[in-house]
Design a protein around this ligand. Structure first.
Ligand code: KG4
Ligand code: ZN
Length: 340
């Protein structure tokens, strides 16, 4: 096992540009991030604008990360860059930058799986479970229940059959006039609402198995919003609250079933939606299981998780072996493995 003292992590899979440095002996040295506000005017991520903004942001973030870590560029011993899943052009910016840096510094590089990084981000915290454990990954692109046997050993037990839960939050937030991305704004609005003023259908409630579905709930909420003559602030808050509770109940229901099925006593909840305080509080009430979350800003997209996983895999001898720059827009988690 080689000693990778300082590993650089680069995240550009969607609309967050992030750079971080993880150290074998000192832990996380720096993590920097720029959120692209440019997309707000369009109500969603515009892929071409995202790529251009990553190009603008990435070099200043590298400089900032080195400065926070008090390191020189030539002290970096390896580079992990997010190579999928995500937006192709956006991924290519980080991948090209990471590979070029590796070439220039004559150090190894490796493409990192975004969802595996979310899954293992909890290991940057003081408290995290040993393997095996169950993981619920809830982000803007994925809703996954994963049985985690070890590094790189992932069995998908359930997933969303349509919209990811974060996507549903963003769409409902937009309908409520909360802008994009609206997950955290919806949470804020929901805090002054009542969960039971409006009725919401419980997705997949009567279905066996561990899959999720959020598009029916989203359509129901859209119809409800359109049907109301007076959409005052209280009505908007009550809708946000009812919608949020219903989503989280659905996540909890299927997670409980999966916990019973796997007999796991440890649960990790990660991904952008796991930064939701109401969700965190609800999951903490689950009996007979210890629940772990990454800190909220390591639930949403960040490069700390990429640098950490880059460090783990590079230390095991994995690295890019040719000069091709590859990214994967779709990349099932189950395709991963981990070198012994
Ligand atoms: O993991 P992430 O940062 O990016 C992806 O990999 O997709 O997740 C982003 C998603 C967005 O849909 C965003 O609205 C949602 O996470 N999100 C939230 C909250 N903060 C972010 N959803 C609900 N409540 C929040 N507080
Ligand atoms: Zn993410």
């Amino acid at each position: 096992m080689q000693n990778y003292q300082y590993v650089l992590g680069i995240e550009t899979s969607c609309d967050e540009t992030a750079v971080a440095i993880y150290s074998a002996s000192e832990g996380l040295k720096s993590h920097t991030l720029l959120s692209q506000i440019i997309h707000r005017a369009y109500g969603g991520v515009v892929p071409e604008l995202a790529s251009r903004d990553h190009i603008r942001n990435i070099m200043p973030l590298l400089t900032q990360s080195l400065s926070v870590a008090k390191l020189d560029l030539d002290q970096i011993c390896g580079v992990g860059y997010c190579s999928g899943p995500g937006l192709k052009g956006a991924l290519l910016v980080g991948a090209t930058f990471g590979r070029s840096l590796g070439w220039a510094l004559n150090i190894p590089t490796l493409g990192i799986h975004h969802m595996e990084a979310h899954l293992l981000a909890v290991r940057l915290e003081a408290s995290y479970p040993e393997f095996p454990f169950l993981a619920l990954l809830v982000s803007g692109g994925h809703t996954l229940l994963v049985s985690v046997q070890g590094f790189g050993s992932y069995q998908i037990l359930g997933e969303s059959l349509d919209d990811a839960v974060g996507e549903a939050f963003d769409k409902v937030a937009k309908l409520l006039g909360l802008g994009y991305p609206g997950g955290s704004a919806l949470e804020k609005l929901a805090s002054s609402g009542r969960p039971d003023r409006f009725k919401f259908p419980n997705p997949m409630h009567t279905k066996s198995g561990f899959d999720f579905s959020f598009s029916g709930l989203k359509t129901h909420t859209a119809d409800l919003i359109r049907s109301l003559k007076h959409l005052d602030l209280q009505a908007r808050a009550d809708i946000a609250c009812g919608f949020q509770s219903t989503c989280i109940n659905s996540l909890i229901t299927k997670t409980r079933l999966a916990l019973a099925h796997t007999q796991c006593k440890h649960l990790v909840v990660a991904g952008g939606v796991a930064s939701n305080r109401f969700l965190r509080a609800q999951f903490q009430t689950l009996p007979n299981v210890t629940v772990y979350f990454p800190r909220p800003n390591f639930c949403t997209d960040n490069a700390a998780m990429i640098a950490y996983l880059g460090y783990l895999r590079l230390s095991k001898g994995q690295r890019d072996t040719d000069l091709n720059i590859r990214v994967q827009v779709r990349w099932p988690l189950k395709e991963l493995s981990f070198p012994n």
